[in-house]
Design a protein around this ligand. Structure first.
Ligand code: G4P
Length: 290
């Protein structure tokens, strides 16, 4: 299956992010915990080269908890600070605060050594569309902190959210576009709804999703649709249609309706907490060095 996606303001957003990134010390990247490889845009590795980095595994509430843990361990081994998160839940922000402090420790200490006191570390949030950037900023800002900005000495038009004495967050996130480096990435982004459904063949997509789910989470499918792991993806889609009584007028199975239903249940988490990419899949899914 070939997916292409041409969003309108791609170039403008990238240029904006290139400008904004110059203003910060720390880049907080949000990825989707269900597909941390495909929802990571490798451009950020280049853009954020001189910066401290941290990753938020967002929508962790929809992802498999054991795999969330595996990803946190993986990032830690890479020397990247990572937190799993449900950005809608303000309770999780304390953890983020303390990891931001850790991620910026070097910078804070360097400033102190140079005699620079009272200069907060500046951070920005970045990620592909719909990964939860605005939700995160709102939860975070709601918990903290007065907005600053348009004061003398502050870059005109930039709003900064003061988290505490040591850290300020740029209130507009950096938007990165997903990179369709190969078909698996395109498909995984389509599973979570990052590609508009009009340009995707839902039946084909549901077929591919079932193929992967039969390998990764056979028990989950069996429970929900009375499906056996021995079934082929096509039989599985028909079984979903039967199980959900998706029938066309003449009584024929409506697999298109079943596909839409399956995708909706996957995306909303009704199917269960599912992660489609694990650290060990990195070589298969992506060639870049995340
Ligand atoms: P963005 O700025 O990166 O584009 O993303 P945004 O915050 O707008 O979030 C996109 C959708 O994802 C929102 O749903 C938001 O509620 C949801 N969301 C964000 N963080 C989390 C999370 O940690 N867990 C879950 N389960 N959902 C999260 P929405 O506005 O209702 O849109 P939609 O759900 O109709 O697509």
């Amino acid at each position: 299956m070939q997916y292409q996606w041409y969003p309108g303001h791609m170039t403008k957003a990238k240029r904006q992010m290139q400008e904004d990134i110059k203003l910060v010390d720390l880049v907080i990247e949000l990825v989707d915990a269900r597909i941390p490889i495909s929802s990571h845009n490798p451009d950020i590795d280049t853009l954020g080269r001189q910066k401290s980095r941290m990753v938020l595994l967002n929508k962790a509430d929809l992802a498999d908890e054991a795999k969330n843990q595996a990803w946190c361990d993986y990032y830690k081994k890479q020397g990247i600070f990572a937190v799993r998160l449900d950005a809608r839940n303000r309770g999780g922000m304390k953890d983020v605060q303390s990891v931001i402090q850790d991620a910026c420790r070097e910078k804070i200490e360097r400033n102190l050594k140079r005699g620079i006191i009272n200069r907060p570390v500046r951070a920005m949030v970045a990620g592909i569309p719909n990964v939860g950037k605005s939700t995160f900023i709102n939860s975070f800002a709601g918990k903290a902190c007065a907005k600053t900005g348009n004061k003398p000495g502050v870059t005109k038009g930039k709003q900064w959210i003061r988290l505490n004495k040591q850290v300020e967050l740029l209130d507009t996130p950096g938007i990165l576009w997903p990179k369709f480096e190969n078909q698996i990435i395109g498909m995984h982004l389509a599973y979570i709804g990052s590609i508009r459904d009009e340009i995707v063949n839902r039946e084909e997509l549901a077929f591919e999703l079932l193929k992967e789910l039969l390998e990764r989470y056979p028990g989950l499918l069996a429970d929900r649709f009375a499906l056996s792991a021995a079934q082929t993806p096509l039989e599985a889609l028909e079984q979903v249609a039967k199980n959900r009584n998706c029938l066309k007028k003449g009584g024929e199975l409506d697999t298109e309706k079943a596909a839409a239903m399956l995708l909706e249940e996957f995306r909303s988490g009704k199917l269960g907490r599912i992660t489609m990419e694990e650290p060990r899949d990195r070589a298969d899914v992506s060639m870049d060095d995340q």
